[in-house]
Design a protein around this ligand. Structure first.
Ligand code: ZN
Ligand code: ZN
Length: 259
């Protein structure tokens, strides 16, 4: 299983010399396994989608908040002639296709998905599901409007993608069991403890809470994602300093991890 971090910024993209180490593109992770190229979220990191050759291409979207879909309109995937299977849970009575049409239709965007070269097949997410030999499971996150946490398993290797997640005792218990023994946990740590005290209910978590889940789940490694757009590299490095030697770090765009 090969994991490529394409975007780990939360809420809205950012740019500038002060954020080039961790990257300013929003949520997008590529997982390659068993002839499948599976993107987790379609934030602006999707603009850097690499050529995955003959692999079947799918996108699993956690939820349709803007930062998780805004890479689609100019993504190399939609601009190619490939087939794309796009999965997203129904929310607010809207199908995956209807949710995307909120962004990709006039007046917000000049054309709909149907005008692109790619053949897009929409799926209202139902879990568990199989994408080729990759098993996909999910659990509902704790996030305003809802969000899906994914677990991908292939050939004895696995990853859990828990973004847009706010901890609670009950949800942590569920997530600890869901992430049991996984090789890689990606966990939302948008806020410092201080910020979280002011941002309760916004649907995001902290490194301290993520470390609890990580240590209790038996996961082998944790990478923190959904970095706050107001945190420059220097701040993120400061937040990361205490994690040395704990198989824990803040994810950086461009990072490639072989599991
Ligand atoms: Zn988000
Ligand atoms: Zn969200």
């Amino acid at each position: 299983m090969k994991v490529t971090i394409l975007g780990v910024r939360g809420s809205i993209p950012t740019d500038g010399p002060e954020c080039c180490e961790f990257g300013g593109a929003t949520s997008c992770i590529l997982v390659e396994a068993g002839g499948q190229a599976i993107y987790l979220d379609a934030g602006s990191g999707l603009l850097r989608a690499p050529d995955t050759g003959a692999a079947d291409v799918s996108i699993l979207i956690s939820h349709s908040h803007m930062d998780h879909i805004l890479g689609l309109p100019l993504s190399p995937i939609l601009l190619s002639k490939k087939r794309l299977d796009l999965y997203m849970a129904k929310r607010d009575g809207l199908s995956a296709e209807e949710q995307l049409a909120c962004l990709m239709a006039p007046p917000l965007w000049p054309v709909g998905v149907e005008r692109y070269p790619a053949e897009v097949i929409f799926h209202d997410l139902e879990l568990p599901l199989q994408i080729g030999d990759v098993a996909v499971r999910g659990m509902e996150s704790n996030h305003p409007g809802g969000s899906t946490i994914f677990r991908l398993d292939h050939n004895g290797r696995s990853l859990v993608y828990a973004t847009d997640y706010e901890h609670s005792e009950e949800k942590n218990r569920e997530l600890i069991a869901f992430a049991h023994d996984t090789d890689l946990l990606l966990y939302d740590a948008q806020y410092t403890d201080e910020e979280y005290a002011r941002m309760k209910g916004f649907g995001h978590s902290t490194i301290a809470e993520g470390m609890k889940v990580f240590e209790r789940s038996g996961a082998k490694r944790v990478l923190f994602v959904h970095h706050d757009p107001r945190h420059p590299d220097v701040k993120l490095r400061e937040m990361e300093a205490a994690l040395k030697g704990k198989n824990a770090a803040l994810a950086r765009a461009g990072e490639v991890i072989e599991l």
